[in-house]
Design a protein around this ligand. Structure first.
Ligand code: NAD
Ligand code: MG
Length: 398
């Protein structure tokens, strides 16, 4: 029995993970669930799945959870320290890292440092800490398996020697010429750029193919998501600049590809449903049921591809540039984007200002180095503060 922890259990990935777990209940047990503040949902999940431990990162919510579960078998962990200790303990074999944003870094790193199997959905944790994250995994022996559909697709198309050395693999030695990272282009693929000023949060979170949480949905609309994934791919697959190509593929049937030097291209395909990559990692290398319907090729009328337009998607360009500017830049970009996306969702800034705020934070904060987690956290705070000031200035001017 694999003892599983789900961080971000009440979210979109958390729910898909619970659905895959329910399909495979005889091979896994649920030890720990965490979330931010949806207490009612957490109580239901703990009771339904007889979970041993639970934790809510919002202190008020955690206190309420403790009250509500007083008579239950689930033990509510008292604080972040106890939460991270539980992740690192013998009670947990594998951790689904599905908290959204930088808040996921500390608990995910706790799992990495303790040598756990880590199912990585929380791309922001890797983007903000990069090589520090992958080096920690190498030191502890933690197996990091990518859940993000593109990275999971690439992982599935890689030869075993690369799969066994995530973070430090040698693509050239394995005859790989390029990783092709596909993206749908989001809901505004054909919207005139002149209308971007007027786009609303409701329009931005309406992704044509995938059902996801609000932050990643907005990131998909700006294609910052593909930019973060570009950085994620560099870290997971140890790429150089010429090794990755971003390709728009609006149908989201192909989830990404690997091209080899002999001209072969391997693609992973499926319905756009996160239960597939989740099921792929949960008992890797064994295949398990995901509950996802098979792909019906007779229903697919066309597969189309195009190069991304950086005028339409300035966030994608910002992220690719940050990727080569170094770790400090990706930490700053991630934090600035989180603040800007939240401000857009709260209707404090316009859609097109997400990119301009991220760009301004990068230029205001300048060249920065991050060679320790402490420096990463410092830069994360600096970028948040700078971005919040820009948001406030904007609100005053509006
Ligand atoms: P979501 O918003 O639906 O869920 C986020 C989860 O994190 C919730 O359980 C929430 O309670 C928790 N959370 C939020 N803020 C927190 C905080 N400050 N402290 C602790 N917990 C907090 O998001 P999602 O769509 O499930 O995405 C989760 C992660 O997976 C993100 O990093 C996203 O980029 C990545 N991802 C998601 C998808 C998808 O299809 N949804 C695909 C690929 C990658
Ligand atoms: Mg993705």
């Amino acid at each position: 029995m694999k003892k599983l922890a789900i961080l971000g259990a009440t979210g979109s990935i958390g729910s898909s993970t619970l659905a895959v777990y329910a399909e495979n209940i005889e091979t896994m047990s649920l030890t720990l669930l965490s979330a931010w503040r949806n207490v009612d949902k957490m109580v239901d999940l703990c009771r339904e799945h007889h979970v041993s431990y639970a934790f809510m990162s919002c202190p008020d919510a955690n206190a309420k959870l403790q009250q509500l579960l007083e008579q239950d078998a689930t033990q509510v962990l008292v604080d972040q320290t106890e939460f991270e200790a539980c992740i690192a303990s013998v009670e947990v074999d594998a951790v689904m890292a599905a908290i959204v944003g930088a808040a996921g870094l500390a608990p995910t790193l706790a799992a990495v440092n303790a040598g756990k199997q880590v199912f990585l959905a929380n791309k922001e944790a890797l983007v903000m800490s990069g090589a520090l994250f992958m080096d920690a995994a190498q030191r502890s022996g933690a197996q990091v398996l990518p859940v993000d559909s593109e990275h999971n697709a690439i992982f599935q198309c890689l030869p075993p020697e690369c799969q066994a050395s995530i973070g430090h693999c040698d693509l050239k030695k394995s005859g790989i010429s390029q990783l092709i990272l596909t993206g749908s282009g989001g809901p505004f693929l054909t919207t005139p750029i002149s209308e971007f000023k007027h786009l609303t949060p409701a329009q931005a979170v309406k992704h044509p193919n995938w059902s996801m949480g609000p932050k990643i949905s907005v990131d998909s609309a700006t294609m910052m998501n593909k930019g973060l994934e570009y950085i994620e791919a560099k870290r997971l697959f140890n790429t150089e600049k010429s090794d990755i190509q971003v390709l728009i593929h609006p149908q989201s049937v192909i989830h990404s590809m690997v091209q080899y030097i002999d001209g072969s291209v391997l693609a992973q395909m499926g319905l756009p449903d996160m239960r597939t990559p989740i099921a792929h990692v949960m008992q890797f290398p064994q295949r398990i049921q995901s509950g996802v319907a098979p792909l019906d090729f007779t229903q697919i009328s066309q597969l189309t591809f195009a190069a991304p337009d950086f005028d339409r998607y300035p966030c994608l360009k910002l992220a690719i540039d940050a990727c080569y500017a170094g770790q400090g830049a990706t930490t700053l970009l991630n934090a600035a984007n989180e603040v800007a996306v939240e401000a857009f969702l709260q209707q404090k800034i316009r859609f097109d200002q997400i990119a301009s705020i991220a760009a301004e934070v990068l230029s205001k904060c300048g060249d920065q180095h991050a060679t320790s987690i402490e420096q990463v956290m410092f830069l994360d705070g600096l970028a948040r503060h700078t971005a919040l000031t820009l948001v406030a200035t904007n609100v005053r001017q509006a």
